[in-house]
Write a protein that binds this ligand. Sequence first.
Ligand code: BGC
Length: 894
Amino acid sequence: MVLKCFMSSLLALVFINTSNVQTINKMGNNHLDSNAIHELVKAMTLEEKAHFVIGGGMETENTAPVVGLSYGEVKGAAGTIKGILRLKIPTMTVADGPAGVRIDAYRNDEKNKSYFATAWPVGTLLASSWDVDLVNKLGKAFGREVKEYGIDVILAPGMNLQRDPLNGRNFEYYSEDPLLTGKIAAAITKGLQSNGIAVSAKHFAANNQESNRNNVNAVVDVRTLREMYLRAFEIVVKEAKPFTIMSSYNKLNGTYTPESYDLLTTILRDEWGFGGYVMSDWYGGKDPVAQIRSGNDLVMPGTPKQAQQIVDAVKKGELDEKLLDLSVTRILTVMSQLPTMNGYAYSNKPDLKTNALIARQAAAEGMVLLKNEKKTLPLSVDKKILLLGTASYAPIIGGTGSGDVHEAYTISTFDGLKNAGYQLDNKLAQRYTKHAAEDLKKFPPPKIILGKPRMLPEITFSLSELTSMAQGMNAIVFTLGRNAGEAADRKIEDDFNLNDTELQLISSLSSISKQQNVPFIIILNVGGVVETASWRDKADAILLAWQGGQEIGNAIADIVSGKVNPSGKLPMTFPMKYEDVSSASSFPGFPLGVPSTSVYEEGIYVGYRDYNKENKKAAYEFGYGLSYTDFKFSDLKLSKQQFDTNITATVTVTNTGKIAGKSVVQLYLSAPATKLDKPSEELRAFAKTRLLKPGEQQTITFTLNARDLTSFDANQSAWVAEKGAYTVKVGSSSKNFQFQQQFSLTEDRVVEKVHNVLLPKDFENSVAESKLERSKQPESSEVYSSINDFYAGKWELTFVGTPNGDAVSHFALSRKDSKLTGEMTDPSGKTKPVPFTKIIESKDGVELFFSSQGYDVSVMLNKVDDDNLKGSLMNMFEAKAVRIKDGGTLQKKK
Ligand code: BGC
């Protein structure tokens, strides 16, 4: 056991260099009080303060930045706040992430010991439970694990809005709706922090894409910002008081978020009353001095150069030392309440067994039953199942990047169904295992964890093979898998849309199931939305299992067998096709490939707000999800007809079916839209019932306050409720309202006035520019590229969008004997040297010329005009322009 005995030294700590000598043990309740912190800050030198606010750096083996890796106190944690020995300030550890504690499972110097962490279900699944109590319970258990591994700050929850289904990190996030996002984030934050550790709610704000995430400028009108992209953070700050917030990578209306005073001080602190500290995302922003000035207190993961810049700025009078003191004070104030500073002797032995049970329960509660014709499910456990699909055997339990976890084991659908008692074909399982092993041999996982993960291709079976495998089976199950992660967005082809092999397999299995008169069930093991409309008719039942953490297989079996009655509801819309998504024409910005600007043209009309307003058909609407039982909602009553300061709505839910189950009651409000254009319905409250036995009832009460009636009026810079009739609609999805009642507001009401800040320069013009720039792209964009992140001597560059898939899957550059050489992986997965025809290096960067798949390509990597990050090499080059010959499009070689 590693014992951090800082408390004993703290107890004996006598402040140096101060006349006001105190000892910490006089402070009571183990916290440094504000006087003690004040004295401590006074005792620090300028250099100490500057180093304190820049984090402990990333000391990886090759000095390259590896997300989620820093060899500090806890191996494999994402970073540290470097202590000050002289003042006996301990070093503290921060670790990822939203789906579990991300630390190394093994430590070189310790034989026979492991540090596995629970892989919880991903954020999207938790939100699909619509159950704040459950999420809070999970948060409590998760937080105990954080604490027992010696970590003070967990870099979670991830709570950006799911603006577009192609965002590679959507799995970490909760919903397309800010209320659901905010409430789930608040529930997990309260649970986690109840252990005396801190969260870092991230990524603040408008980090809704991974394409060029470090540099893209999100251009968002102020109403949309307030109502959508800031709203969830506002809820979490006000309701759950997170100790820390992580600013994002992107620029927001022209300014990097960690350098935005309006965002981090005016709004976050002055308006919302945030009392903790803000840290940057890893290497986020460009100017550490601007960060301190703006209220981004901790620059992570920190470089000595950044500390020096801060020292120099103070000396030159460019940074008021008081601001630096303020940041140090904020960090110390939070630290003083966390385990390390209070000498907590962590065990390194979290209760992984209990946590696995909670993970399983949560996973089952968040799975969404999309289709269940003729009561196909549940299936009794004596059944013989033909189980197909690589993800049935190699489950995708979470996405990649910093949201990935090192768990002790995973339960596949195969394992789970077997555990439940179903009869499955072991030989087929062996075939899938061999297939996975062979693929792994051919395509060893990259050493870096960022970028688009490789998907295991499906085995292609002949129709006769499938038919004979299905003989004598009672059901056919196919699991469709998808994975995505940090630093790359998803694609439409072969990701959002199913590929030909998958569609063919579904068609074949569907006809076999009909011939043999056995049900065909599809399980979606995905981290985000996929297309369903074109193939859903072929299945009898569809279970959206999401990425359910390490216990996914057991949780799937719990639903399939009926041990758990599904009660998950969609936290986002499943469109008929990608083009229906309101951001489809502008995501992820322009120019294509490496977008420098992403204009949120659709404004507040994200997800169901757009679908309902435009009366668009969704494949499955927001809030939708089936159960094995039926529920009736009745007796919707409002407490008054005229709104004064609040109003309550009560509704009774009755289980009218034959199986015990839980229901989700959703309350939408339609507000008068005389002055402001408004969505036709907006979610304003929701609740999950307890487990109701057949015939049992529960009455749910919702309270709406004045703010719930408002929209953001940019002209007045205020939350305004318009006078008129308000309709409360209660139902089981964003389309299925069972009751409605009206109340009125007699006068227009300005409920809250706020600062007129964070305005985009000229939004209308930006929209026009965005439309124009995107229209310049070839109709069916033939080839474009995205450059993700850059690693010590290596760049990853992905070309997507060619007619036949990736033109160049990857290429990596390295510098040998001062010459640039490259290797590229072609679409078949073979690696060969990049056939550069020319490489021009200059002081500005490097320009590469090569041919690929019959295209002439030229790529410019511009050197970032800032050598801040030397040693880490991250961001040394910025793909400002990916220049493709002949003005924007690739030319097919003659
Ligand atoms: C991610 C953060 C994460 C951090 C530390 C960044 O790349 O965006 O979400 O917490 O790395 O690993």
